[in-house]
Design a protein around this ligand. Structure first.
Ligand code: S3P
Length: 439
């Protein structure tokens, strides 16, 4: 079966989940590896590169700006960096596909170029808010036009003289922080970003690894323009957000025991582990060294009964991509689970509060939406039915988990975008024991 061409899945109870798996490379790190290796002096090899559509869209964009990128085999790239000022004007608009990360980071990076560019995306990305990057970038001197209402396409005027700023961002967003830091590479003076809650720091870590001086700590990052990046081999760790679907599935399906090898454990990504453990999950973690400067661990996940909790707001930013899976876990917990302070979920690839609440309700769960979260009443019981993923990869995978505990088949609509972050999810999931097939 191929998740790239299938439109719908039929998912249903499988067997207890068993086996040892390595999930694909991290999406956030793969985007940044292409971008920074392209701007470096010299040749960088990237290992563990995510062969997903989002990261490949970024790769195609850099090729169209004159960067030679060889793909000797799946998961590896050889990037012939052109230097910090070496990109060339592309002949056509740059298509970011489904990738908010690609578009928002590029908005900052391209604001510092000498040439004009246009960034476009698919139907979902074309509805997502871009003022969160264009407004602070304008304060640095960037000239970026958006579509009506602040959505893509973005027309970025080249030749702007950027100046560094000291800014406290309104939303806790690694994409916004990264856009400002990437513009800061081309700005005069110092760019300082302060965040309301700390977010993933891959941009800072990778800039530093490639020789650009960066000062950073949780919730704070500072750099100055005028340095150079030096090529270096980059190893992309396995994506915690992809592992999360297997962590939740093995926790929920009775009799399961799954081993997930060398999962990226950046503390700004692993909030789900804290929350699942508070709910009673049995997840054992053995540190397995570092990959690409990131801590990685082997995880052993066994089925365990869960209890509902109030998700501590301080963990929300560290598990922002894991809420679709957490909603499914909460349905199977005893008692209610309260999610608050997660309004950002409404502007992801879909409105993840609404799409999860609607789909879970149609399978028999009781879910009350609030503007910034939901209360999920643990019923422990779901029936078969039809749910829509609205083209959102993480929603499609979350419902595939839900179906493993439903009495009856679940048809999951519009699943092709699973290939943006987790190509081959269906193959790995069926190997683990999921009941899952193309419709
Ligand atoms: C990402 C940041 C997060 C996350 C997204 C990847 C990144 O988005 O949801 O999947 O790579 O910087 P926000 O910055 O909008 O929180």
């Amino acid at each position: 079966m191929s998740s790239v061409t299938a439109r719908d899945w039929i998912a249903s109870k499988g067997t207890p989940l068993r086996g040892e798996f390595v999930v694909p490379g991290d999406k956030s790190v793969s985007h940044r590896a292409i971008m920074l290796a392209s701007l470096a002096d010299g040749v960088s090899r990237i290992g563990g590169f995510l062969e997903g559509e989002d990261a490949r869209a970024t790769e195609a964009i850099f090729r169209s700006m004159g960067v030679r990128i060889d793909a000797p085999e799946a998961g590896s790239r050889i990037v012939h960096g052109v230097g910090i000022d070496g990109l060339r004007a592309p002949a056509a608009p740059l298509d970011c596909g489904n990738a908010g990360t690609g578009m928002r980071l590029l908005a900052g990076l391209l604001a510092g170029q000498s040439f004009d560019t246009t960034l476009v995306g698919d139907a979902s990305l074309s509805k997502r808010p871009m003022r969160r990057v264009t407004v602070p970038l304008a304060r640095m001197g960037a000239r970026i036009d958006t579509g009506d209402g602040g959505v893509p396409p973005l027309h970025i005027h080249g030749g702007a003289a950027l100046q560094g700023i000291d800014i406290e961002t309104e939303v806790a967003s690694a994409q916004v922080k990264s856009a400002l830091l990437l513009a800061g590479l081309y700005a005069s003076g110092t760019t300082t970003v302060r965040e309301p809650h700390p977010t993933r720091d891959y941009t800072e870590r990778m800039l530093q690894a490639l020789g650009w001086p960066v000062e950073f700590s949780p919730g704070f990052a500072r750099l100055e323009g005028g340095h150079r990046l030096v090529a270096r081999d980059i190893v992309v760790p396995a994506d915690f957000s992809s592992a999360a679907f297997f962590i939740v599935a093995a926790t929920l399906v009775p009799g399961s025991e799954l081993v997930l090898r060398r999962v990226g454990m950046n503390p700004r990504r692993t909030g789900l582990l804290h929350v699942l453990r508070l709910m009673g999950a049995d997840i054992r973690e053995t540190p397995a060294g570092e990959q690409g400067g990131e801590p990685v661990s082997d995880l052993v996940v066994r089925h365990a009964p869960l209890r509902g909790i109030e998700v501590p707001v301080e963990h929300v930013a560290d598990m922002i991509d894991e809420f679709p899976a957490l909603f499914v876990a909460a349905v199977h917990a005893q008692g209610a689970t309260l999610v608050r302070g997660a309004a950002e979920l409404r502007v992801k690839e879909s409105d993840r509060i609404a799409t999860m609440a609607t789909g879970l309700r149609s399978l028999g769960a009781e879910v009350d939406e609030t503007p910034d979260g939901a209360t999920i009443h643990g019923s422990g019981q779901l029936r078969g039915g039809v749910v829509e993923s609205h083209g959102d990869h993480r929603i499609a995978m979350a419902f595939a988990i839900a179906a493993q505990l439903a009495d009856g088949e679940v048809r999951i609509g519009d699943i092709a975008n699973v290939a943006t972050s987790f190509p081959g999810f269906d193959t790995l999931a069926t190997r683990a024991g999921f009941g899952l097939r193309d419709a």
